[in-house]
Design a protein around this ligand. Structure first.
Ligand code: SME
Length: 162
């Protein structure tokens, strides 16, 4: 396959997600390594949307451990129930935070992050095995369109967990 993404030049996120999803699916086709897949998904999302930070944390014991990401350096470990990521893990649901300063216990890895979405990813047995964390420099940058589209993209990773 081609490793070049074809993305529409528009700010319409629905249109960008529609173009992106089949290309990410193709990119992951025949790739069995989870890290390689996460690395390309974070790069594809970065290319499509230019958000401040896009990356994965994997569940390892009682913590989330930093995985492939695009953006500035970030905290490498997050406890269960801590911050937005740890809360999405504990609650087993996607969290959209319009203003990170109003989220109790938010872990401020970068002062530039203003809003955030965290999507939990399940393994084949249904357990939360990782989260996708995206931070924006803009307030209130995520909504249900993102939750749905990012959830679909994350579902492509589920078969790759042990
Ligand atoms: N904001 C996250 C911490 C991770 S960094 O943003 C990359 C949180 O509160 O869970």
């Amino acid at each position: 396959m081609s490793e070049t993404l074809q993305l529409p030049q528009t700010t319409d996120r629905v249109a960008v997600y529609s173009a992106l999803y089949p290309q990410v699916r193709e990119l992951l086709n025949d790739e069995h390594d989870l890290i390689a897949a996460m690395a390309n998904v974070s790069a594809a999302l970065r290319q499509a949307f230019s958000w401040h930070w896009i990356g994965f944390y994997r569940v390892m014991g009682a913590e989330l451990v930093l995985g492939p990401f695009q953006g500035p350096v970030a905290c490498s470990r997050i406890g269960h129930g801590k911050g937005v990521c740890g809360t999405a893990w504990a609650d087993e649901k996607t969290l959209i935070v319009a203003d990170v300063d109003k989220f109790p216990g938010h872990i401020a890895c970068s002062p530039l992050s203003k809003s955030e979405i965290v999507v939990p990813i399940r393994d084949r047995s249904g357990r939360i095995a990782a989260v996708l964390d995206i931070d924006s420099e803009h307030m209130d940058d995520f909504n249900e369109v993102d939750a749905h589209a990012l959830g679909r993209i994350c579902t492509l990773l589920e078969p790759l967990f042990e």
